[in-house]
Design a protein. Structure first.
Length: 266
């Protein structure tokens, strides 16, 4: 997503428009899954290629767009619903609508766990909302021995209002997992992992208003920038995270039959 692949920059309106177009367009996308209100598409790459571009969509009844926008920003609440997350925290702010953060997550056993450092930016557009990110390097947060540092080439959410009390959520991601993965992993992402993740976000949206009423209800720094107490980060401190500078592991030989039962939930 970074321009020219070298300079770290904060996405502008044209980047958000491009992201929105990718979410809403069907051209070049192949449907991989369509059940129970969740659709998953993939684009371009061969199934055997690790760097897949995946797009998912779910219709969320009884969840206003602004509520889902809050859910996806609220790191305290994320610890309640994102069972795949190991750790997440904000590192620092760049502008009123851009920051740098860390996220680590449990990969399906027996794969090694992954983590990211990303530059994230967000934009409310009337009744619709977007959050996008890509991977950067921060000198104080180098790769860790206990994780494989993955690379987000482009990842984000588009939340489209569907009336006053419902919305449609798109999630688009292109990630280099820094590992040669077995084909069954690529298939599982579209058939199990992505649908399950979307359903989790939807359920989190249904429960968020009640949770937020009891947990600092007025605190929303993503809506009210004056509440943001993160230290400032300069773009000069950051550099683009290139995948070829990171360790690449070979996990192609890992068998699917060792998956834990929880990984089979759709």
């Amino acid at each position: 997503m970074s321009r020219g692949g070298e300079m770290v920059y904060i996405p502008d309106d044209s980047d958000f428009r491009s992201f929105r177009d990718q979410c809403e367009s069907l051209e070049g996308w192949h449907c991989r899954y369509n059940k129970a209100g969740v659709t998953v598409w993939s684009q371009g790459q061969e199934e055997s290629c690790a760097v897949q571009k995946i797009k998912t969509c779910i219709s969320c009844k009884d969840v206003p767009a602004e509520t889902l926008y809050d859910v996806l920003h609220d790191t305290c609440y994320r610890k309640k619903w994102d069972s795949n997350m190991i750790e997440t925290y904000d590192i620092g702010r760049l502008t009123v609508n851009a920051d740098v953060g860390y996220y680590s997550w449990k990969c399906p056993s027996p794969l090694k766990n992954r983590d990211f450092v990303t530059l994230r930016s967000w934009l409310p557009l009337g009744n619709d909302y977007m959050i996008i990110n890509y991977s950067v390097k921060h000198p104080k947060y180098p790769p860790r021995k206990d994780f494989v540092r993955a690379v987000s080439l482009q990842t984000g959410y588009l939340i489209k209002a569907n009336g006053a009390s419902a919305c449609i959520l798109y999630y688009l991601t292109q990630v280099d997992p820094r590992g040669s993965l077995p084909k069954w992993v690529v298939n599982r992402v579209s058939q199990f992992v992505a649908p399950k993740a979307m359903k989790k976000i939807y359920k989190a949206g249904l429960k968020y208003p009640e949770w937020k009423r009891k947990h600092d209800p007025g605190y929303k720094p993503w809506v009210y920038p004056e509440q943001n107490t993160l230290p400032s980060v300069s773009l000069a401190e950051l550099s683009v995270q290139h995948a070829d500078s990171l360790e690449n592991i070979d996990e192609t030989g890992l068998p699917e039959d060792h998956l834990s039962t929880s990984d089979h939930e759709a």
